[in-house]
Design a protein around this ligand. Sequence first.
Ligand SMILES: [Zn+2]
Ligand SMILES: [Zn+2]
Length: 622
Amino acid sequence: MKFFVALSTLALVTAASACGDAHDHVHDSPGVLRKRLFPQAQLTKPTRALEWGDLNIIHTTDTHGWLLGHQHLSFPEPNYSGDLGDFASFVEHMKQIAIEKDVDLLLIDSGDLHDGTGLSDGFPAGGIDAHETNQFLKQLPYDIMAIGNHELYDYINTWDMHTNFAPALNGRYLSSNANITIFDENNNTVSVPVGNRYRKFTTRKGRKITSLGVLFDFTGNDVNTTVQVVADMVKEQWFTEAIAEEPDVFVLAGHMPVSYDNWPTVFNAIRAVHSETPIIILGGHTHIRDCNQPDGRSMALESGRYMETIGWLSAKLGDSSNSNNITFSRRYLDQNRVTYEYHTQQRNHSFDTAEGQNITQGLQALSDKYELSTLFGIAPQDYTISRNPYPSNGSSLSLFINEAAPYSLTFNNTRKNTTNLMITNSGSQRFDLYAGTFDKNDQIAASPFLDAFMYIPNVQLGTAQQVLSALNAAGADERRKRDLGSILQQREDELWKRGYVDRRYMNWLDEMDRRHDGAVKRASQNLTLGYVTSDSCPGVGDDTLHAPLASYDIPDFIGSDAPSSSNDTLIDFVFVDFIQDQLLEILNDVQNTTTYTDSDVESYTDVLSNQVLGLYAQHAWN
Ligand SMILES: [Zn+2]
Ligand SMILES: [Zn+2]
């Protein structure tokens, strides 16, 4: 994937992965849910019924190809074991309930459909990422879908959205500030919106809605795509004209976090013209659950990631002639059939709609076509990126660099008998590994990046170890200095603009654990693991109660166990090419004997980073 090539050209001090991931299954294997039966893991029911208003919204965001849901049996995965077919059935029942209640119900998505699972990324040569999964998303009755940054890393993906997806959405796919450059009928290049800039429509109950699809100030996009900064977008003539006429409600979708980003720029531009018109914002990108109210007549909701969370927002708009505060509600639903059946008052045998079943079957067929269930081995336990300390037996970072890489990289390698130290970036691991089957799809989820391993021969062991510490000190330093407005802050900002969200997501988990006495709640074992959300909206947001996930700080760079040799032993210093520039810089910093350049670096193995876990699983987990 070109996306990864683009990232490796960035000379970073910190290294993290961008948002995205993968996995699914539908087979009878140990540790995997057999999914068309009622879920076998004991799922907790929602705490209470949803509050309906006269305008109601179901919200998805950052689905990243997880359309067959999360199928492993270790918690929290079963919380998210629904699939897009289940979701489609849920939406259909909810639409019926809305008709019975005689209220409006909209369905909205805030972008990032690409990069995440075998379903989106496991296509054969010549295919286009997420092209097939998008055929299923098209079947849902979305009123608005907004473009995400993952639709723009590769021109071919943007082109597919422009020529295939947007036309099928027929005016409902919005890209207010994202363009694609194409040839017009006279073979001249023109820059045009990927979808539509905005949409004005009238609901079933006759409400007039004006909607947008805004992308944050993203700069990691491919050539021949353009992202206009939000501050400039609101000065465009089309924007002024689009918001001039007062609708009953502004419904602003966008791939932009509802906290600490540019929604206020859009909000204030509208408020300058319409001081009291209700405004609903549906954001995304940081993969967290979040909500706030910019004023008494508005609410902004962000609904998580990876088909884990379904967002619910309702507004009692009442009589539009007054300017009282509006009563809003919001809820974060776990994405599973127990939740869906609870809120639609359906039973397991009555829940599935024909369309929902078709979608599930179609996705399973796609999984079969891509051979995503190809088994590498049976994982003996869970391994997590940040829910276990690093290093530890439960750390997937330890598993990768201490167990898997030393086996997989030396396998069939003439350097096998030379002592080595191996280094990679922790951001190379994208998703946790769970006990049970470890298949092609799990591998794409956990470790998708196509990075090569390089080495420098005859480096002193002590020097190599110093490089690892210095790399991590540089990263930690950078975070410490975040508030000082230094040049390092600029680099952190640069990472953010290019779409790196892991740090914010992990900070969110960290705060969740501390604020909610995670250790105590987990020890009591009354609750299953899951998200426990604190946001700025009134009342409890989570639909189902959980004990918060554990969270540990992880280093930016990880190294294999040092061989028990003296510091002056000459070793092969092995590292992933993604970090080569930083590593050489630091290597020349910590010693004066040799000036190392790119010409000292050689290829270590043909095995790429995305193959390391699979090769290891075939060897150790069979
Ligand atoms: Zn995302
Ligand atoms: Zn994103």
